[in-house]
Design a protein around this ligand. Structure first.
Ligand SMILES: Cc1ncc(COP(=O)(O)O)c(C=O)c1O
Length: 427
């Protein structure tokens, strides 16, 4: 095994945090979402495609803050645009700044369904706003959903603290499975306000899936047949698979859509975009407002991020980098002799372990992700990774080598274990 990392300062800060913050750190950043004892818990800084933890260990960052980092950490042009706004104009006012209109025009220019936009701060905000708009537009209450849409009451998986009546109208269907959607709609279609789906399938811990031929078209046809609003949750796919999102890539245009994460290269900004006729209910029927929604820093960051993406053809280059990396990793994974699979090529790479009855896969998964972090590659065992523009050829070469070495190390370990078992059996 590679040598264990020194994580003394992370551990100390975590102990302190546990006295101050319930659980020490929030949700998906908690140690149990990695390999406890092996992963850092606090980062100090990041630059380009790399991050440094509080103990000074450096990693190639392929989790990219769970998606927002599409260009790279501390991207100077974007930070400068934000700093200029802070210094010269300010960003938190009782009225709206003109950046709103500029960003809405950009969204309309790039995203097929975006006749109108409204800007909020997180993916959860955008998903909840879109569901409220769809319910008001249709005067219906039920929702069919597929994918993760955030932490709000109507959709979060962990139900503690949420009265059942707040989610009982929400039904889940499976990605690439029209029958599961049809089953919901044939029973509840006339009362269904919205079908919301991530256009690329990325369930937690499971393989990333692209839509099968006709799947997204089929979802759209069902939505139209039952008069439900079709919402694409493009929080992960937006400004990543193409500037116009997965709707542009697959040429299936929803009624409404959500963007966030990569849109501002890390600054908090998200959007609901869609057909004017439907978005119009947000004019005088539904109430969507928050002290910080019009705060312009995220809008400035998004305008600059999008400008750079267009100017430097960032997404084409990210796709090229991702394709090269994923071809190499896919070969390594399939030749490894370890029961694991590769998915998510070319932009959301993920190595998952094939489930077995004895649940050895959990041990293999822990060993593998331990070997990776010890070799300086930051990924998460239950979540796919991402490619960023600032990942250099050298970063991706090192990441590929780390994956090959980690798989070889666990293969050796399992051979040693098998030899040990057979010799103890003989003796
Ligand atoms: C597809 C999708 N929708 C919505 C969300 C919620 O976004 P946020 O965490 O910004 O609230 C996420 C977050 O990971 C997501 O991946």
């Amino acid at each position: 095994m590679a040598r264990k990392l020194k994580l003394t300062k992370s551990d100390r800060l975590y102990k302190e945090a546990c006295q101050l913050i319930p659980g020490g750190v929030l949700g998906i950043r908690r140690p149990y979402n990695f390999v406890p004892g092996e992963y850092p818990i606090f980062f100090e800084s990041g630059k380009g495609g790399r991050v440094i933890d509080v103990d000074g260990n450096e990693y190639i960052d392929m989790l990219c803050a769970y998606g927002p980092i599409i260009i790279g950490h501390r991207e100077e042009e974007i930070d400068e645009a934000v700093i200029e706004q802070i210094r010269n104009k300010g960003f938190c006012f009782s009225l709206t700044q003109r950046t709103q209109n500029a960003l809405a025009k950009k969204m309309r220019e790039l995203i097929p369904c975006a006749e109108q936009s409204l800007f909020v701060k997180t993916g959860s905000d955008a998903a909840t706003a879109a569901i409220r708009i769809a319910r008001a537009y249709t005067s219906r209450s039920k929702v069919a959903r597929c994918g993760y849409h955030g932490w709000h009451d109507w959709c979060v998986e962990v139900k503690a603290g949420i009265p059942q009546k707040l989610y009982e109208d929400v039904y889940e269907f499976h990605y690439n499975d029209l029958t599961s959607l049809e089953a919901i709609m044939s029973q509840h279609g006339s009362e269904t306000a919205a079908i919301i789906i991530t256009p690329i399938g990325h369930p937690l811990s499971a393989k990333v899936e692209e839509p099968k031929d006709g799947f997204l078209e089929g979802v759209k046809e069902i939505a139209e047949r039952y008069g439900a609003v079709l919402i694409f949750d493009e929080i992960r796919s937006g400004f990543r698979v193409s500037l116009g999102g997965a709707q542009e890539l697959y040429n299936v245009i929803p009624d409404l859509s959500l963007f966030g994460k990569a849109m501002g290269n890390g600054y908090p900004i998200s959007a609901v975009v869609g057909k004017a006729e439907i978005m119009d209910v947000a004019r005088d029927k539904v109430f969507i407002s928050s002290t910080f929604f019009p705060n312009s820093l995220g809008q400035i960051a998004a305008l600059k991020t999008i400008e750079i993406m267009e100017r430097d053809k960032i997404l084409t280059k990210v796709r090229e980098k991702g394709s090269k990396f994923c071809v190499a990793v896919e070969e390594i994974v399939s030749a490894s002799g370890i029961p694991c699979e590769f998915s998510g090529a070319p932009l959301m790479p993920f190595i998952t372990f094939i489930k077995d009855k004895e649940q050895h896969y959990k041990e293999l998964r822990n060993q593998f992700y331990t070997e990776l972090i010890r070799r300086g590659l930051f990924l998460q065992p239950y979540h796919h990774g991402y490619i960023a523009y600032r990942h250099t050829d050298e970063d991706l070469k090192q990441a590929t080598a780390a994956i090959a070495d980690a798989l070889a190390a666990i293969k050796n370990e399992s051979i040693k274990q098998a030899n040990h078992n057979s010799s103890s059996y003989r003796s």
